[in-house]
Every structure is written in C-alpha cells, then in structure tokens.
Design a protein around this ligand. Structure first.
Ligand SMILES: [Zn+2]
Length: 182
C-alpha cells in the first residue's frame, strides 16, 4: 500500500513526457513485462552456470591459488549479473510508472511492482552476501564449514558459491529450523 501513495507524485512528474508515448507504451507493455519476467528467471537460473567446473589434479591442495581464483571469478560474474538485473528492473519500473490511467490496471501494476521490489530486495541482500564471501576469499578463509571446519568441497561450492557450511551441518540446521518454526 505504500506504493500507492507514491504513485501520484511520480505520475505528475513524468506526465508531460509520457502522454505522448502512452499509446505505443501500452501496446508494448505486455511484451515488455513478459520479457522482464523471463529476464529475472534467467538471471536466477544462469547465476553460476557459465563456468567450467574445476578439475583438480590428484595431488592438488584444496583452496590453492587457482581454486581461489576460480571461485573469485564465479562470485564476481554472479555479482555483476545481479547488479545488472537490479538496474534493469529499476529502469523498467520508471518507464512504466505512469502508463496506467485505469485504477484497475494501476492496482495490477502496483502488485507487480511490489513483487519486483521484493525480488530486488532479495537480490541486494544476495549481493551483500557475495561481497562478504569475496572478503573471506581474500583472507583465504573460504571453502571450510563454519560449524565443523571440514572442507565444503568444490562441487558444493560451485552449486552454492556463498555456502558457509558443509552439506551435513546445513541439513542439520534446516531440520532444527523447521522444528522451531513448526
Ligand atoms: Zn560442517
């Protein structure tokens, strides 16, 4: 509902600019929105698919320089993708903000915006977590379970680069969590 109060101000601010292009914008809106939805889905899916899985040599030490570099690059690329995604949505929302004179349309739009805002919020938190992970990587305090201290493992880290726990400790915590919150 907070979004509702903000809409009129934004509307008047962009009114002169948008009236001219309203026609094309309305026509465009279905495809634009669909595209935005696909984009967020693809960013979430592809977050760490675009790398070659690390193949360690038999004698190679866990979290040596090449391995740290490998995870640094995964984390940096992922961070970059998220930043672009946040940016894209902000612009998308600014573009569409004043295109709905019909209150029913506007309600739908506000709902969409609030969903997008929640997604962006999650992404910002994720970016923060990635930054913290990169910090730990810089201090070579990366890849070991915070709870029991064992190696988290290359494959698990490639699937969840920000993981701070091994699979066992993570599952145990999740079970405890479920017991507390029903
Ligand atoms: Zn553990």
């Amino acid at each position: 509902m907070a979004a509702k109060a903000k809409t009129p101000a934004k509307k008047s601010a962009t009114k002169s600019k948008t009236t001219a292009k309203t026609k094309t914008a309305t026509k465009k809106k279905a495809t634009t929105r669909k595209k935005a939805a696909t984009q967020s889905a693809s960013a979430a899916d592809s977050q760490f698919r675009n790398f070659t899985p690390y193949q360690p040599k038999k004698t190679e030490q866990y979290m040596n320089e090449p391995q740290l570099a490998h995870f640094r690059s995964i984390l940096m690329n992922w961070r970059q993708e998220l930043m672009e995604e946040v940016d894209r949505t902000v612009h998308h929302m600014q573009d569409e903000a004043a295109n709905f004179p019909d209150p029913a349309d506007r309600a739908t739009q506000e709902e969409e915006f609030s969903i997008e805002l929640r997604t962006r919020d999650r992404e910002r938190k994720l970016i923060k977590k990635i930054d913290q992970t990169i910090d730990r990587l810089d201090q070579e305090d990366y890849g070991y379970c915070d709870t029991c201290g064992i190696e988290i493992g290359l494959r698990r880290l490639e699937a969840r680069p920000t993981a701070t726990q091994c699979v066992d400790c993570k599952s145990l915590d999740e079970i405890k969590e479920r017991q507390i919150h029903g």
